[in-house]
Design a protein around this ligand. Structure first.
Ligand code: HEC
Ligand code: HEC
Ligand code: HEC
Ligand code: HEC
Length: 313
């Protein structure tokens, strides 16, 4: 019950943040501080991020002919100042609430973990400066996780929420981008990747899994963990595709979303626990399914569908 209510809080926080967090030049309550702030403590994660396309993109992408053409077609000259492009391509930071907002990096820590201005001081506080990690009470820990979630933190343990968030950008389904802008982007050959799959895209260059007990090791997923992530990724993709398809009448956009939905349905047809979700593909049903498969090994059902390690991005 407690877990369930944390999920609800998290789901609420995600909605709030995607509205407030990316509103440009408004007096948003929560805002990004930028990856430098995180890197002071999370050095290993920052090193990994610096090896990704998310990082490299900031200095490059706006210079290409294609980027300039798409930006111009949406009615604005520069990609970094384009209200459409910044939603997915950049981490827009502020020094304080209501302060000047500027793109400071490509997609970075807070693009995935949530704009941090409000959760930053909470997320690593074990109960005062004198309390160490292993002295924290379980109650305090649960409260800390819930409080940070309520103000927009997306914890790695919220596996569905994390997957849902990748889909906003990679499924071209960001709720802050108007359908007519998405239509212009696609009419001008903005790329679409209908077979985008979570294990393949999260376990290559992007992977950072420095968990206890040995936090020096960037651990690979075990076979059961990979199967679980695969299923969660397909569920997030189906919810995202069905929702997005319903928001637009643009033929190419709808075709893209239907292709995404179809590939997710096919994958999930192998999973017996996914039947109720497939009949009613909402985020609530998806979360219910995710909790029923927790700790189960689904490699028998989906093992043969998992991407080969050589294909990881
Ligand atoms: C002052 C040091 C410090 C800074 C700065 C910091 N963190 Fe953390 N962070 C920690 C510590 C310590 C933990 C471990 C908390 C725990 O034991 O649950 C943590 C935990 C996390 C976790 C959860 C890890 C897990 O295993 O669930 C995420 C995600 C995270 N931080 C992201 C960020 C991001 C993003 C930023 C920048 C906006 C940031 N942190 C800034 C110290 C810091
Ligand atoms: C809804 C999110 C979203 C929005 C809005 C968006 N993009 Fe993208 N864009 C992406 C993603 C995700 C990719 C990577 C596609 C892939 O996986 O190959 C991408 C890729 C690109 C590429 C290809 C980069 C390469 O390496 O080949 C260009 C160019 C581009 N976007 C330009 C733009 C411009 C210009 C705008 C603003 C008009 C814009 N995008 C708005 C999500 C978005
Ligand atoms: C593309 C999305 C994405 C970006 C960018 C990203 N993370 Fe993560 N992060 C994740 C996901 C997904 C996980 C969960 C990994 C797992 O458990 O399989 C995670 C896990 C973590 C964890 C817990 C595991 C560990 O390695 O300690 C921390 C802490 C963390 N991220 C911090 C950061 C920081 C700091 C940055 C920026 C330097 C960052 N993340 C950038 C998606 C992202
Ligand atoms: C804020 C939007 C955003 C979010 C959230 C996001 N991405 Fe991305 N991602 C992008 C954009 C934009 C690009 C393309 C950058 C370029 O081509 O310059 C990209 C590129 C990538 C690439 C490189 C692809 C290639 O073909 O080389 C990988 C891998 C990737 N993302 C994985 C992920 C994963 C996994 C998640 C979720 C855990 C995620 N991303 C979340 C926007 C995002």
């Amino acid at each position: 019950m407690r877990l369930f209510s944390i999920c609800l809080i998290a789901a609420f926080a995600i909605t709030t943040v995607s509205v407030l967090g990316s509103a440009q030049r408004s007096n948003a309550e929560v805002f990004n501080q930028g990856p430098k702030v995180c890197s002071e403590c999370h050095r290993s994660e920052a090193e990994v991020w610096k090896g990704t396309k998310h990082f490299a993109s900031f200095k490059k992408i706006h210079k290409s002919k294609k980027a300039k053409a798409i930006a111009k077609a949406t009615g604005e000259k520069s990609m970094k100042r384009n209200e459409t492009c910044v939603q997915c391509h950049y981490t827009v930071t502020q020094k304080k609430a209501g302060g000047k907002a500027k793109p400071a990096a490509g997609p970075s820590c807070e693009s995935c973990h949530g704009a941090s201005s409000e959760w930053f001081a909470i997320h690593n506080n074990y109960g005062g400066s004198s309390v160490k990690r292993d002295e924290e009470t379980p109650e305090h820990k649960a409260e800390r996780i819930a409080k940070a979630s309520a103000v927009g933190m997306r914890w790695p343990s919220d596996k569905f929420g994390v997957a849902e968030n990748c889909m906003e950008c990679h499924g071209l389904a960001n709720p802050n981008v108007a359908p007519d802008k998405l239509a212009i982007m696609l009419d001008n050959d903005h790329p679409t990747v209908a077979d985008w799959e979570l294990v393949r895209y999260s376990q290559g260059s992007v992977r950072h899994r420095f968990y206890p007990p040995d936090m020096t090791v960037n651990a690979e997923l075990s076979a059961p963990e990979a199967a679980e992530m695969y299923v969660i990724g397909q569920a997030a993709k189906l919810v995202s595709a069905v929702t997005a398809a319903g928001n637009s009448d643009h033929a190419k956009y709808k075709e893209f979303q239907e292709a995404r939905a179809e590939s997710a349905r096919q994958a999930l047809s192998k999973v017996s626990a996914a039947a109720a979700f497939l009949a009613n593909p909402t985020a609530e049903e998806a979360r219910a399914m995710v909790s029923t498969i927790q700790g189960k090994d689904l490699s028998g059902e989906v093992g043969s569908l998992l991407p080969a390690k050589e294909s990881y991005k």
